[in-house]
Design a protein around this ligand. Structure first.
Ligand code: ZN
Length: 330
């Protein structure tokens, strides 16, 4: 903008003239408290170790989990999201609701290691069913209402083991309401629900399916996960989950859906919003930096600040511990 004599009246570069002033005027700040570290725990010890498509991420056993949790907490990260991979699977994912299954045992191991840790458990069927779908199937259809009953049983098993938060990710209609009723009936009214309210049928989940051993064996997940082309429907999904009793909401993935994060936050500013920076987002930056094509640390921190600037209050990221170590603000 300039005045009548053509002189510039507003020079925004003054606000960027040195790191001191840039620090003062920075609108968005990352903190180690923003992050949630996802963890994979295998029941079969032979399946533990590095995940090829996610360099730097490994699958833990119950015996290595405690050490991992100590390192996470030491970095300043206070929350984990647990995914269990069982030894055996069946068409109905019955084992997912077993009180002594891999996830309840992992929850107890985390709390034994760090009693103040916020333990969030992923509640779904896809790692527990032999067909790899997130619900119970009838022929090649997903039976929504049978699935939400099972999801509710799983959530109760996790909460009874001590999970403070359950995170249903199956994208079944009514799943949050079924889980809230199941928890309340079991006198677990203090257990919170972080709903994967807005989860897209994304091609960025590829590496995760190797990690969690949950690739669908037939068809795909487009009859339940959202169409990447839709944003108005994201608000409807979020609204329904809030009506059913969700305490916190999630948008997944992160970077390709920043507009959706902004839209959901604008519509429900009072509701804590998480974003999941998924395995494909992780793998892209890791692969590019391994080839020397990108500055790894700068790209990771920029990807995280972008997600937070869009409106996420918290970020589920495989770099949680790493980023917290860099920030050093715990
Ligand atoms: Zn699933």
């Amino acid at each position: 903008m300039s005045d009548s004599s053509g002189r510039l009246t507003r020079r925004l570069r003054r606000l960027r003239s040195g790191s001191g002033v840039r620090n003062l005027v920075r609108e968005t700040k990352l903190s180690s408290h923003d992050f949630i570290q996802p963890l994979f725990i295998v029941e079969n010890e032979a399946d533990a170790g590095p995940i090829e498509s996610m360099p730097g991420v490994e699958r833990h056993t119950l015996s290595t989990l405690g050490g991992a949790v100590h390192r996470i907490v030491e970095s300043g990260v206070g929350a984990v999201l647990l995914f269990g991979i069982p030894k055996t699977k069946d068409p109905f994912g019955k084992i997912a609701a077993a009180k002594n299954g891999i996830v309840p045992r992992a929850i107890r191991a985390c709390l034994d290691a760090e009693s103040d840790l916020v333990v969030i458990s992923d509640v779904c069927l896809c790692s527990f069913t032999d067909h790899g779908h997130c619900g119970i199937v009838e022929g090649e259809q997903i039976d929504n209402d049978a699935s939400i009953e099972r999801l509710s049983e799983i959530a109760v098993a996790h909460a009874e083991a001590g999970a403070g938060w359950v995170a249903p990710s199956a994208m079944m209609d009514g799943m949050v309401g079924a889980i809230r009723s199941g928890l309340d009936d079991a006198r677990l009214e203090q257990t919170g629900i972080l709903s994967y309210a807005v989860k897209y049928a994304s091609s960025f989940y590829g590496p995760f399916r190797e990690a969690a051993d949950c690739a669908p064996q037939f068809s795909d997940r487009r009859t339940y996960q959202m169409d990447p082309a839709n944003a108005a429907q994201a608000v409807a999904e979020a609204e329904l989950d809030l009506q059913e009793g969700a305490d916190m909401l999630m948008v997944k993935p992160g970077m390709p859906y920043l507009d959706v994060i902004a839209k959901v936050k604008a519509k429900f500013p009072e509701v804590p919003l998480a974003a999941y920076q998924v395995s494909g987002e992780y793998a892209m930056i890791q692969a590019a930096s391994q080839n020397g094509w990108i500055d790894r640390k700068a790209a990771i921190l920029e990807s995280l600040i972008g997600i937070k600037r869009a409106g996420a209050d918290m970020i589920i990221t495989y770099w949680a511990t790493q980023a917290a170590q860099w920030l050093g603000d715990s």
